[in-house]
Design a protein around this ligand. Structure first.
Ligand SMILES: *[C@@H]1O[C@H](CO)[C@@H](O)[C@H](O)[C@H]1NC(C)=O
Ligand SMILES: *[C@@H]1O[C@H](CO)[C@@H](O)[C@H](O)[C@H]1NC(C)=O
Ligand SMILES: [Cu+2]
Length: 164
């Protein structure tokens, strides 16, 4: 019985293309805090329209959405949105770079700033023109392939657990 469920799950995950929206926990286990290099964090990921950023943080921190100038100068005075609830989810709705910082004095200078490049949704009809970015498109495609292999791997571990 368990293995039937697991097999069905495996079929389901294998059949669904890996274009499902992703929720990224900012900073992973380090969360939104001082001392994390968010440039490095961003560089290992691909963000797309439809994905969500989740900021988790303690009461000394907040999240402000700023423009590039604010980001560059660590100036949160022009923030278009601010969150202080400790668990803030931000939907990535448009292509382009989104900028964030922590408005607590000194924290942005301490590294709490984040610039997230948002690409078009993988299933978007407005695909980027294939000519100059063909290499990018190709690596995005292989990243997706890796993602679905990851899902299958997780499923297999689940399956193994259920069959024991
Ligand atoms: C973060 O790491 C990058 C290299 O990945 C480096 O260029 C940058 O200076 C670092 N930023 C900080 C604030 O340490
Ligand atoms: C983000 O998207 C989710 C699911 O699509 C929705 O429930 C939520 O209200 C959105 N949040 C904002 C701030 O728009
Ligand atoms: Cu802070």
């Amino acid at each position: 019985m368990g293995s039937t469920v697991a097999a069905a799950l495996l079929l389901f995950l294998a059949a669904v293309p890996a274009v499902l929206a992703v929720t990224f926990q900012v900073g992973d286990i380090a969360r939104w805090s001082i001392g994390v290099n968010y440039t490095t964090w961003v560089s290992r990921k691909t963000f797309r329209v439809g994905d969500t950023l989740e900021f988790k943080y303690g009461p000394s921190h907040s999240v402000s959405v700023v423009d590039k100038a604010g980001y560059d100068r660590c100036d949160g005075s022009g923030a278009t949105q601010s969150f202080s609830d400790g668990d803030s989810k931000i939907n990535l709705t448009t292509v382009g770079t989104m900028h964030f910082l922590c408005p607590t004095p000194g924290h942005c200078l301490g590294g709490m700033k984040l610039a997230v490049p948002v690409l078009a949704s993988a299933s978007s009809p407005i695909a980027p023109s294939p000519s100059p970015s063909a290499g990018n498109a190709k690596s995005a495609a292989s990243a997706k392939g890796i993602m679905s292999y990851g899902k299958i791997g997780v499923t297999m571990v689940l399956m193994y657990g259920l069959m024991r």
